[in-house]
Design a protein around this ligand. Structure first.
Ligand code: SF4
Length: 311
């Protein structure tokens, strides 16, 4: 008897004819999650898929009228809604809804075509950084890691995240939308081809930005010569081979590179906020790429501390 009652109550909850709007929305949320897991392409941000489904005519109609649909017709309306949602999942429309998902996943890499945005101050230098030869990067298309064989100039990302510095997360907006770089203009989560075509365009290099400023070009060359990313990788490899014993080589390189940056900033009166573009990120900031961070003692000496493994 009691089993019968339970079965009947489970049926009443599960049957659309008895759902109020709250129950409809709860079940819709579950159905939508399942649908997106099973039907939507994993390359398209989930916010984009959700937006399209919840803007399709069937959803707007059924959702806004749910309580006025006669109970006997709700099962039919629910089925109609699920079919329309499946269709919307499979045919993502070619339109940017400015969901900001791509701005949160990574900042763009710049191309030669973007140089006027720098020259006119639309994208200020202090928001840029150079990634140097040998640094690890991730493909914007499949997320796979690779080592750079040529330098890249990128817009900086917010501290502790991959979000572009120009993304206003509260307003969900790009703050330089009308002056956004080529990669952002070409990016469309519904179609990767324009972004792949854009990636074929020549990349922006420091030699383009500082063309004609021989002093800065010499500083860059000298820094590459004395503090290459490869030298940093080798020092950390040596540290690994010595099972953590041979720490001096890394510390000496970190100190030397810090000294180089300070010297350049003071001697040529270059504000420190431009150094990430001129020289790339400091070796001290890049130590976490090798599984360490640098701890400075009160007396000024430094220690390398292994990063805690991720929980
Ligand atoms: S520049 Fe604008 S559009 Fe491009 S990633 Fe940054 S916030 Fe997004």
């Amino acid at each position: 008897m009691s089993e019968c009652k339970e079965a009947s109550s489970a049926h009443s909850i599960a049957h659309p004819s008895l759902w109020d709007l709250d129950r409809f929305e709860q079940n819709w949320s579950i159905a939508l999650d399942t649908l997106m897991r099973e039907e939507a392409s994993s390359l398209i941000p989930s916010a984009r898929v959700r937006w399209q489904i919840e803007h399709c005519e069937a959803f707007l109609d059924v959702h806004s009228n749910w309580e006025s649909i006669a109970p006997d017709h709700r099962l039919e309306a629910w089925k109609r809604l699920l079919l329309a949602a499946e269709e919307a999942c499979r045919t993502i429309l070619p339109l940017c809804i400015r969901c900001g998902e791509c701005c949160r996943l990574a900042s763009p890499t710049l191309h030669l075509e973007d140089l006027p945005l720098l020259k006119t101050g639309k994208i200020p230098w202090e928001n840029l950084l150079a990634l140097r030869i040998g640094e690890p990067a991730r493909s914007p298309f499949d997320g796979k890691p690779f080592l750079l064989s040529e330098e890249r100039i990128k817009i900086a990302e917010k501290e502790g995240s991959r979000e572009c510095v120009f993304f206003n997360s509260e307003a969900n907006q790009c703050t330089i939308y009308s002056d956004r770089p080529l990669q952002c203009r070409a990016q469309g989560c519904w179609d990767p081809i324009p972004a792949r075509d854009a990636a074929e365009q020549p990349f922006l290099l420091r030699s383009h930005i500082f063309e004609g400023i021989d002093l800065l070009l010499q500083v860059i060359a000298e820094h590459e010569n004395r503090c290459s990313f490869q030298a940093l990788s080798e020092a950390f490899e040596t540290l690994g081979r010595s099972r953590g014993e041979n720490v001096e080589q890394v510390l000496a390189l970190l100190s030397y590179e810090d000294h180089f940056r300070r010297f350049v900033s003071e001697k040529f009166q270059i504000p420190p906020q431009y150094l990430d573009l001129l020289l790339g990120r400091s070796f001290t900031r890049m130590a976490p790429l090798f599984g360490f961070h640098v701890l400075e003692e009160p007396d000024g000496t430094r220690r390398l501390v292994p990063e805690a493994p991720e929980a």
